[in-house]
Design a protein around this ligand. Structure first.
Ligand code: GDP
Length: 333
């Protein structure tokens, strides 16, 4: 029933394209709903829309933001996004929330978030797409980025939490990746995963205010000490630690200056466009693999024998390799 209602509301492809390009807010939001839809008819329309929007995409800086719940991501985005809007930028905030695919609950979306920014006419906030695997959510977010860019958003913030593969996924679609941290009882470095530190372009120690300010400065120099020995995420850019208070706004300006410097440097060196090219190529391969996987597992010759073969592997009467060979042989017969 839901699908029928959706279909009745669908527009011709050109109406979506023109609406997005003319920055019609209602049509823009409807286009994102279309891109997020799982119905095959919608997917086809969405691809036709995206094809026409393609020449208008790419002109933004895409910034990923990660950090554990409570670190202050929403407060940071509220303050940082508002500052950018004041400076004349148009800011889109998207999210990748793996919890919405695993538990159907949501780590990022349950509270009222970014109240001021959500009212700003130059900002757009979209909660994480849900349903399906992380790969499906990632595809929707990537395509939503394109729609936002075509609608003139020049700063795209993609927020996530460090659950499973979500940080790697966000890294694969952004130009700059920011890790938010807070100071603990002196042991803040212990729980820190080296892997994440090597994915990010900056570590931002939030809540550097009041009695916490001094501790944040100490943590900053500790992080810098460690970062010095790690592989930087971006060629020609040194990942460093910074401090800010998202609550008072102190340090947010410096964060933007730092990101602008990153943008300038990586543009000049060619690293910026090389990364985007590589991201597109990786994505192409991922999509092909995804298509092949789907095509394989939904093929009648496979679905017919799969339960028995899985059973045999579970019971140990057939090795996984032999089972795979048999499935492929069946599919190709
Ligand atoms: P999220 O779960 O990462 O999105 O974190 P929130 O933005 O919801 O923040 C969690 C709590 O930390 C809230 O009570 C915020 O008011 C508080 N908080 C966020 N940023 C700061 C900050 O810079 N300073 C202080 N003192 N509190 C902050």
């Amino acid at each position: 029933m839901c699908k029928e209602v959706n279909r009745r509301n669908r527009l011709p492809v050109d109406d979506y394209v023109q609406g997005v390009l003319k920055r019609n807010r209602a049509i823009f939001a409807q286009t994102i709903t279309l891109v997020e839809s799982n119905s095959s008819a919608d997917m086809e329309t969405a691809q036709a829309v995206l094809k026409q929007l393609h020449p208008y995409t790419g002109k933004s800086i895409r910034i990923g933001i990660t950090g554990v719940p409570g670190v202050g991501k929403s407060t940071f985005i509220e303050g940082f996004g508002s500052l950018l809007c004041e400076r004349g930028h148009r800011v889109a905030v998207l999210a990748i929330d793996p919890s919405s695919t695993i538990t159907r609950g949501s780590i990022l979306g349950d509270k009222t978030r970014m109240e001021n920014l959500s009212k700003n006419p130059n900002a757009f906030i979209r909660p994480s797409a849900s349903g399906g695997m992380l790969g499906g959510v990632a595809r929707k977010t990537r395509e939503t980025i394109f729609v936002c860019e075509a609608a003139g958003f020049d700063v795209i913030l993609v927020e996530t939490v460090g659950v499973g593969q979500s940080e790697v996924t966000v890294r694969s679609m952004v130009d700059f990746f920011l890790l938010l941290q807070i100071t603990g009882a002196g042991d803040e470095l212990q729980g820190m995963k080296k892997g994440v530190m090597e994915l990010v372009d900056a570590i931002l120690i939030n809540k550097a205010d009041g009695v916490n300010k001094q501790k944040a400065l100490i943590a900053q120099s500790e992080y810098n000490g460690i970062l010095h020995y790690l592989q930087p995420a971006t060629k020609g850019w040194e990942t460093k630690a910074y401090t800010c208070s998202s609550l008072t706004g102190e340090g947010l300006d410096e964060v933007w200056s730092m990101i602008q410097l990153f943008h300038k440097k990586t543009n000049e060196s060619g690293v910026f466009s090389k990364r985007r090219q590589k991201q597109n190529l990786d994505w192409l391969h991922y999509m092909v693999e995804d298509y092949l996987r789907m095509n394989f597992y939904t093929h009648p010759k496979v679905t017919k024998v799969l339960p028995q073969i899985e059973q045999a592997v579970t019971e140990g009467t057939l090795s996984a390799t032999m089972a795979a060979n048999e499935l492929v042989r069946n599919r190709n017969q």
